[in-house]
Design a protein around this ligand. Structure first.
Ligand SMILES: Cc1ncc(COP(=O)(O)O)c(C=O)c1O
Length: 438
């Protein structure tokens, strides 16, 4: 019997009851259930870092706008398939003010979260050319996006960017693009799970190759403005959130409201299609759609088929939030900075106790502190580490499920960890370190 911060025998029993062969390779939902059970049985609170959900209250401006819209009676009316006109206008303004990119309102389309945005992109863009086979994921990444490709029957390719930063990125990308089989490239920036951010040089490389090989970049900006090393909070003023849109016309941007505005529950996001791509004609689309113009196929073919638009009141919410942000009346970056501040402290507690940060640099510069970070411990794989950390009241997920080749790595999400828990985290990691001398 070992003496661990969480009762050894109860944890062992709960793991046995869960039927999981290994905690370290369980899915996020399985880990959540197991930890809930251990917490109930022991009365001990875990440091919960497995789920990537916002830990802040929703933006109040949105709630009020939704209530008002509901009272006005919008619930009985089908939303416009293009999206609510005020929201489309504010999305276009937001993109101009925070990315310094011009996109016509017609290409600014509300979606049921970025999750639907990605699905709609795969569905439409991966069908533009009959001889192409699917998406190239610059990993590590958000596992469900690959599942979306799989359920659509699309092929996909992936590589871990860890060893291909800077000058090495171009040749690596080209090795896939040369095949002529890639329809789209997807990455998130800042990146879930590693929190690396591409440099301008890397974005330029991606953009230029996308143009050269006529491939569409799906840029997932789920953590918009959250690289806190720079201040991206001032509308219409540099620095702007970095984007591939500065380097190619072949892009779709996915901008989620879930993390930036803590609005995950209302499932509303923005899909922004470049003017050039919106009007691109791809005759092979006629295999599935009445239209060969990408924008029309996307709206009247894909979005109509999936959901007939986006629920009315969340669109009113997002329109009101964006208007306040665009007018400089609501500083969303200031609000979410809390994640970065917590990450800085938590990373130090980990590294002070023998842990290492796995993805630690953006081309020589230390990565930002934000929503996620990755860690490892000498002598452990990520799976082994998670199996052991559960006895210390710490839960997270293995990088193995994210397309990472760093099998020693674990992803930690800071959002649900409360500052009051930092002393517990410190105590538990210290004990872990003492029990597993390096
Ligand atoms: C990289 C990435 N893309 C997309 C999403 C989903 O965003 P939404 O809630 O807008 O569907 C997430 C959520 O965790 C994410 O991490």
């Amino acid at each position: 019997m070992k003496n661990t911060p969480i009762d050894y025998s109860i944890v062992t029993q709960k793991i046995k009851e869960s039927g999981l062969p290994s905690v370290g390779i369980a899915t996020i939902r399985e880990i959540k259930r197991l930890v809930d059970n251990i917490q109930n049985a022991t009365g001990e609170k875990f440091i919960r870092m497995e789920m990537g959900i916002p830990g802040l209250p929703p933006t109040q401006i949105g709630i009020e706008a939704e209530i008002e819209a509901l009272k006005k009676g919008v619930a009985s009316i089908y939303p416009d398939i293009f999206g609510y006109s005020e929201l489309k206008k504010e999305i276009s303004r937001f993109v101009k003010l925070f990315l310094n990119v011009n996109v016509d309102v017609e290409g600014c389309i509300p979606t049921v979260g970025s999750m639907m945005g990605a699905f709609a992109c795969f569905l439409t863009i991966n069908r533009m050319y009959a001889n192409r086979e699917g998406t190239l994921f610059i990993d590590p990444g958000f596992p469900v996006q690959k599942q979306q490709c799989t359920v659509l029957g699309h092929d996909y390719k992936t590589f871990d960017v860890y060893d291909y930063r800077g000058d090495k990125l171009g040749p690596k990308l080209e090795s896939y693009l040369k095949s002529g089989k890639i329809s789209s490239i997807l990455y998130s920036n800042p990146n879930n799970p590693s929190w690396i951010c591409f440099t301008e040089k890397e974005l330029k490389t991606i953009g230029e190759l996308a143009t050269k090989y006529n491939v569409t970049v799906i840029e997932d900006l789920a953590y918009f403005g959250m690289d806190f090393r720079k201040d991206y909070s001032k509308p219409g003023e540099p620095p702007y959130q970095p984007t591939v849109a500065h380097y190619t016309d072949n892009y779709v941007l996915l901008i989620s409201s879930s993390k930036a505005f803590s609005y995950a529950g209302q499932r509303v996001g923005m899909m922004v299609i470049s003017d050039k791509l919106f009007h691109t004609k791809a005759p092979d689309l006629r295999r599935y759609y009445k239209f060969e113009e990408v924008g029309k196929a996307m709206i009247f073919g894909t979005i109509y088929s999936i959901s007939s638009g986006t629920a009315h009141t969340p669109q009113y919410a997002l329109a009101a939030i964006l208007k306040a942000v665009n007018d400089g009346k609501y500083d969303f970056v200031e609000v979410v900075k809390e994640y970065g501040e917590k990450a800085k402290i938590m990373k130090k507690i980990f590294t002070d106790n023998g842990f290492k940060i796995v993805y630690d640099k953006d081309e020589g510069e230390p990565i930002a502190d934000g929503f996620y970070f990755t860690f490892s411990y000498p002598g452990f794989t990520g799976e082994e580490l998670l199996n052991e950390l559960v006895y210390y009241g710490i839960s997270a997920i293995s990088l193995a499920i994210t397309g990472s080749t760093r099998l020693e790595g674990v992803r930690a999400c800071v959002s649900l960890v409360k500052r009051e828990q930092f002393p517990d985290l410190e105590y538990r990691l210290k004990q872990f370190n003492e029990d597993h001398p390096v």
